[in-house]
Design a protein around this ligand. Structure first.
Ligand code: DC
Length: 232
């Protein structure tokens, strides 16, 4: 049954809470597979942008999500790092899907019910055998409702904006704190008010608020929660 494997961990939360970094490290620590569902919404968004499909064109977006073939290659450059290469229809799009315009489009296409239906079906399939850390927005509530460990990973909008501003500066593409904060608030609002699967903690999830915590501290906390739930 989907999500019933004892070693499934669902990690949901808003953009910029550190889900990807933390989920990968938790997967490495516990010897589980890592699935990034946001990359799939980003893959649909990239295909839509390239084909000139409007974010309001539900039939076309649904057709893209129904037909796009995803594959992932996992690489482990060092003991503490996982790199997931993302392919759509056989073409590597790992870098392209991280572009800011692709993130904005992903937020829009993810509110289209047909897109969600198509991607959730694939994600349920990926989680069915268990042994995964799956991260997204609706994993604990929709994709793996039977997962024994559900984490809602969050941080204040200001903390997330601070982290993102620093990251952009380090990348050599600086943006003002105010602009980053405004974008985060806009994205949060869209993700949490959409009609289909809005972002909110699953009732049986544990909320971890990461303001003032380092990445190793957050990983430790989640591993502790997972072990306490999974221990026989
Ligand atoms: O986590 P991310 O920023 O890569 O996700 C990109 C967009 O996809 C984001 O706006 C939220 C959406 N998303 C979603 O609606 N459901 C998921 N399970 C994962 C991501």
């Amino acid at each position: 049954m989907t999500g019933s494997n004892p070693m499934s961990i669902a990690i949901d939360g808003p953009a910029g809470a550190g889900k990807s970094t933390v989920s990968k490290l938790v997967a490495l620590r516990l010897g589980l597979q890592y699935v990034d569902t946001g990359a799939m919404y980003r893959g649909v968004a990239l295909a839509a942008l390239r084909r000139g499909v409007s974010p309001d064109d539900e039939p076309q977006l649904t057709a893209i999500a129904d037909n796009l073939e995803f594959s992932f290659k996992v690489e482990r450059p060092s003991e503490n790092d996982l790199v997931i290469r993302v392919f759509t229809d056989g073409e590597e799009v790992t870098k392209e899907i991280r572009a800011p315009e692709c993130g904005n489009m992903a937020s829009k296409v993810s509110s289209v019910s047909g897109v969600r239906r198509a991607l959730v079906a694939q994600q349920k399939h990926m989680g069915a055998a268990g042994g995964v850390v799956m991260e997204g927005r609706d994993i604990g509530s929709v994709v793996m409702p039977g997962a024994p460990v559900k984490i809602f990973l969050t941080a204040s909008a200001e903390e997330r904006a601070r982290r993102r501003t620093l990251e952009l500066e380090q990348k050599g593409t600086p943006q003002s704190f105010e602009q980053v904060l405004a974008e985060i608030r806009e994205r949060d609002h869209r993700d949490s008010t959409r009609a289909d699967s809005p972002l909110k903690p699953a009732p049986d999830s544990v909320t971890v608020t990461t303001d003032g915590m380092s990445i190793p501290q957050v990983v430790e906390e989640i591993v502790r929660i997972a072990e306490s739930k999974i221990a026989p």
